[in-house]
Design a protein around this ligand. Structure first.
Ligand SMILES: Nc1ncnc2c1ncn2[C@@H]1O[C@H](COP(=O)(O)OP(=O)(O)O)[C@@H](O)[C@H]1O
Ligand SMILES: CC(C)(COP(=O)(O)O)[C@@H](O)C(=O)NCCC(=O)O
Ligand SMILES: [K+]
Length: 272
């Protein structure tokens, strides 16, 4: 069984693959202050909940955009599964030509999403990930990763209003149904949610034209991330919501790299 981890700034998503099937997935909050022992307990309890024992895990792959957490998480994985996890980092095979000025700068989650989206849906396409930040990535017809856009996430945008304006409360991200709103909470909900729909439609429309000037209508738009359904239910511009795309991408990248992989823990790294 393969265990995959997608470490985002808000959540760590963990999944198991049996063959090509994603069998289970779990979500835990990202906490940079947790020790490796705490991660050992948390991960083993989550697996145990589905009757999975550590010895049943054959290998582990991790994609992370939170460097501070990696020391504890990697340690925990070594302790629990007695192996070195495969990390999505520069040098790993992705099968994708990354056309960023500095390819090492692109968030690993964006690359993983792009790899899976291209394999599942073919190019040209745009992947929108509604996470802590909202990322838009453009993938050309032949599968080159062309780059994209990073916007402030929906939740952090609404939290900023609450933190910076004395009379604005924390709100639930629920659609108020109209934009002429008659109270503070609904007015803020309208600004965040309908405003965000406008942001997404504008960026996607511009991106489609840059990506495919002759046939922008050919570009598929795939959304993922915690808050993707909130926006996709309010716009026609998103063709498909695929919540498991990051986990699927990790499985694809694992398969590309599993052949020549050295997973044994070097003797000098073994715990005493
Ligand atoms: N299943 C869910 N339903 C509703 N909101 C969610 C869900 N999962 C995550 N969220 C919210 O979506 C936002 C982004 O979460 P997530 O996609 O996990 O971000 P990241 O990948 O940056 O860790 C967070 O504000 C989180 O609270
Ligand atoms: C843009 C991100 C913060 C998104 O992370 P997330 O919202 O999934 O936690 C992450 O992909 C990242 O740190 N990227 C590095 C910068 C870049 O992609 O150009
Ligand atoms: K993410």
């Amino acid at each position: 069984m393969l265990l995959v981890f997608d470490v985002g700034n808000t959540n760590i998503v963990m999944g198991t693959f049996e063959g090509d099937e994603l069998s289970f997935s779990w979500r835990m909050s990202t906490d940079k202050d947790k020790s490796s022992d705490e991660y050992v307990i948390l991960i083993s309890q989550m697996l145990q909940y589905q009757d999975i024992k550590p010895y049943m895990i054959d290998d582990v792959i991790v994609s992370s955009v939170v460097p501070d957490l990696m020391y504890s998480l990697e340690h925990a994985i070594r302790k629990l599964f007695k192996l070195m996890p495969l990390l999505v980092e520069p040098g790993i095979k992705t099968g994708m030509d990354i056309q960023y000025d500095n390819p090492k700068q692109v968030g690993a989650d964006r690359i993983v999403n792009a790899v899976a989206a291209f394999q599942k849906y073919a190019g040209p396409l745009i992947v929108v990930d509604f996470g802590t930040a909202t990322t838009f990535c453009a993938i050309a017809e032949k599968g080159n990763y062309l780059g994209g856009t990073i916007a402030p996430g929906i939740k952090i945008s609404s939290d900023a209003l609450f933190q910076k304006a004395a009379k604005l409360p924390r709100i639930d991200l629920v659609k108020p149904g109209q934009v002429i709103c008659k109270n503070t909470v609904n007015s803020m909900q309208s600004g965040i949610i309908y405003g965000y729909v406008g942001l997404v439609e504008h960026i996607v429309n511009k991106m489609k034209k840059e990506l495919s000037p002759d046939a922008p209508e050919k570009v598929k738009v795939i959304a993922t991330g915690g808050l993707s359904t909130l926006i996709s239910s309010e716009t026609e511009i998103i063709d498909m919501v695929d919540k498991t795309i990051t986990l699927d991408g990790l499985k694809i990248i694992y398969d590309l790299n599993s052949q020549d992989r050295e997973k044994e823990i070097p003797p000098e790294m073994l715990e005493g």
